[in-house]
Design a protein around this ligand. Sequence first.
Ligand SMILES: Cc1cc2nc3c(=O)[nH]c(=O)nc-3n(C[C@H](O)[C@H](O)[C@H](O)COP(=O)(O)OP(=O)(O)OC[C@H]3O[C@@H](n4cnc5c(N)ncnc54)[C@H](O)[C@@H]3O)c2cc1C
Ligand SMILES: *[C@@H]1O[C@H](CO)[C@@H](O)[C@H](O)[C@H]1NC(C)=O
Ligand SMILES: *[C@@H]1O[C@H](CO)[C@@H](O)[C@H](O)[C@H]1NC(C)=O
Ligand SMILES: *[C@@H]1O[C@H](CO)[C@@H](O)[C@H](O)[C@H]1NC(C)=O
Ligand SMILES: *[C@@H]1O[C@H](CO)[C@@H](O)[C@H](O)[C@H]1NC(C)=O
Length: 409
Amino acid sequence: MVSSVYLSRFRSLSLVLVVGVLNLQINNADAKVYQSLEEFTSDSSKGTRAYDFVLVGGGVGGSVLANRLSEDARKRVLLVEAGPDNEGVLNLTAPGLFTQIDASTFNWNYETIPQVGLGNRTIVYSRGKVLGGSSSVNAMIYTRGSKDDYDSWGKALLSSSGQNKRVWSWDALWPWMKKHERWRPPVGNRSILGQFDPKFHGYEGNVGVSLSWGGPSAFDLRALRAIEEDELELATGGGFGRGFNLELNDGNALGLCQPDSSSVLTTAKKELILTAGTIGTPHILLNSGIGHKPDLENIGVKQTVDLPEVGKGMSEHISVLLTWTRNDTAVSVDPAAALAQWQLDRTGPLAESVSAHHLVFGRFHNDWSGFKLYGDPSAGKNSAHFEVVLLEARWLYAPQISSTHLSLT
Ligand SMILES: Cc1cc2nc3c(=O)[nH]c(=O)nc-3n(C[C@H](O)[C@H](O)[C@H](O)COP(=O)(O)OP(=O)(O)OC[C@H]3O[C@@H](n4cnc5c(N)ncnc54)[C@H](O)[C@@H]3O)c2cc1C
Ligand SMILES: *[C@@H]1O[C@H](CO)[C@@H](O)[C@H](O)[C@H]1NC(C)=O
Ligand SMILES: *[C@@H]1O[C@H](CO)[C@@H](O)[C@H](O)[C@H]1NC(C)=O
Ligand SMILES: *[C@@H]1O[C@H](CO)[C@@H](O)[C@H](O)[C@H]1NC(C)=O
Ligand SMILES: *[C@@H]1O[C@H](CO)[C@@H](O)[C@H](O)[C@H]1NC(C)=O
């Protein structure tokens, strides 16, 4: 099925922001990174193993929380990460090398069960397994959800918590979005006149955000014109990758275990916080018997807490890559020169993960037949159904060929 698409006026085109590598900063003067469980257990100088807070998962959520909790120097905070350290790993650090990241070391390498809507194909499902989590392996594109998204989460929480005050909403969270952001001009300091709105950004936080190194190219200008003229018609197909293979081990494990190694028991005096991500967190909960009884019994896990929703109701956007080549002069990039330039002053082709300077957030026609089948999957009338990433893939995939990609998610 193909349908043309009206672009939402609300957020028809926004410039892509680049979020800096997660700035993990444990403020506690005693902060230390242990590279292995052995190193952790054999360090006698760290004193008691009792921590006030133990966080499982050193990705985006866990690292930010650990940082905030450790601002109180009296609190002992332990952040446990299954993957290796990200420090000094070039492929994780230079944005333009993110496609080269060694998945067997830094990724959980998940794969879905056959997806009925996708011709029963299994789909590769990438999740970072390294300090920084998926932010260490992602494309570093900074986009907030829509206001409707935040407001709808607030409504859902309200109805499930029994509280009468809404604590989650766009308006309530706005000060925190600003607080965490540290906007800076792009590397290379190109002119960005008219390309961003200062009032929607924060300047004092610890997550670096900027516009791309590369200025508007001929491709970007064409995209802008196409939007202006509403000539961007997009072919969209149905089929959402719903359902997920929750990869359960046969564990009855409470506490933390690491395979092929001795285990160590740590205790949290105040809270044990799970920040292991969309897959990792329900995985640990289900292994601990927290979930839906019949599902757990099916795989021999004894239920400890009845919480039927654990691991269910996940929805995900799929990504479709449409590629074509064009006739203008190919720009070839010398990889060694690009690396030298990046190492010198953080500019050049490797300063960008993908050379996508624009995103389109669009909605289907109101008369789209899919609404009858699926309802409106968006959070509200001002929220997108899909995101189009307009990217020029000049040096990324084939340095000699100038091709253009349209990624639909
Ligand atoms: C390839 C890719 C590209 C992406 N591109 C973008 C982008 O451009 N812009 C954007 O905003 N978002 C992007 N994302 C999404 C973004 O990275 C995630 O939304 C975000 O990282 C989620 O944060 P989290 O803390 O929930 O989980 P994660 O950051 O994934 O962190 C979870 C951590 O928990 C660890 N863990 C899991 N299980 C255990 C366990 N049992 N014990 C110990 N540790 C465990 C994991 O190893 C991981 O480090 C991308 C994601 C991927 C995978
Ligand atoms: C970066 O990734 C490439 C491709 O996977 C690999 O050949 C190279 O060794 C990696 N570089 C480093 C420094 O690990
Ligand atoms: C996908 O698998 C389901 C269940 O096994 C089957 O009924 C269906 O015919 C399959 N579809 C395709 C396109 O192979
Ligand atoms: C960046 O450019 C602006 C405007 O041209 C200029 O005022 C500023 O000093 C420059 N900053 C750096 C670090 O070069
Ligand atoms: C693009 O190049 C091909 C092959 O050289 C040529 O046949 C075609 O006419 C060109 N198209 C345009 C629009 O210039």
